[in-house]
Design a protein. Structure first.
Length: 205
């Protein structure tokens, strides 16, 4: 389903580019004042939208006992880019919205390799405060994520990880909307609902 949506976005964007280029070639304008430079800017912005698209392959959470109640406070989103392009991690912003509060998380230059460690027991969680996020690298052939804080290839895979603020942790069936906002490209909006589970680690549907 997610792959199909990504391909649909690419096809629609390519159609827009073709239409725009065709108009330029034929000397047509939308309102009589649009120039070739305007069209070129539209094409560049559309390409940025396509190549900045972030795919989410999996989304997991972990219940912990908080004030005597089981609540999800750790979230890990398995992400990869749709197309190879430099994506600077420090230029990404995460927005959390639970219907009552909206909070922004920032990247604190914290990226680590998964190695053989368990996802939710990785030492990177010691640095997650509810105000920031980090990355656990899964596939990173040239070490761009760890060394340069850049995702630069469509083969790059990483978990985007963050701890929910104390007042936004999730009891079962509660929801939160997570928006991943890159500096360029399409923002990704997902809704996470805490499922009923007898195990601490869950997969959001």
């Amino acid at each position: 389903m997610r792959t199909g949506l990504a391909m649909l976005i690419v096809l629609i964007s390519l159609m827009l580019i073709v239409i725009t280029v065709g108009s330029v070639i034929n000397g047509q304008t939308i309102d009589g004042t649009t120039t070739e430079e305007d069209y070129n800017q539209i094409i560049e912005e559309t390409i940025d939208e396509i190549t900045g698209y972030i795919m989410i392959k999996d989304q997991k959470g972990k219940y912990d006992v908080i004030n005597g109640e089981a609540r999800i406070d750790k979230v890990a989103l398995w992400i990869k880019p749709l197309i190879s392009k430099d994506l600077t991690l420090s230029e990404i912003t995460i927005q959390l919205d639970d219907g009552e509060n909206v909070k922004l998380l920032k990247y604190d230059n914290d990226s680590e390799d998964i190695q053989s460690k368990s996802l939710f027991e990785h030492f990177i969680w010691d640095n997650m405060t509810g105000e920031n996020f980090g990355f656990i690298s899964i596939v990173d052939i040239d070490s761009s994520i760890i060394e340069y804080d850049i995702i630069n290839d469509c083969s790059d895979n990483a978990y985007l990880v963050f701890r929910l603020p104390e007042d936004m942790t999730l009891a079962k069936y509660e929801k939160i909307t997570v928006t991943i906002i890159p500096s360029t490209g399409l923002k990704r909006v997902i809704e996470l609902e805490a499922p009923f589970s007898i195990k601490p680690i869950v997969t959001f549907e």
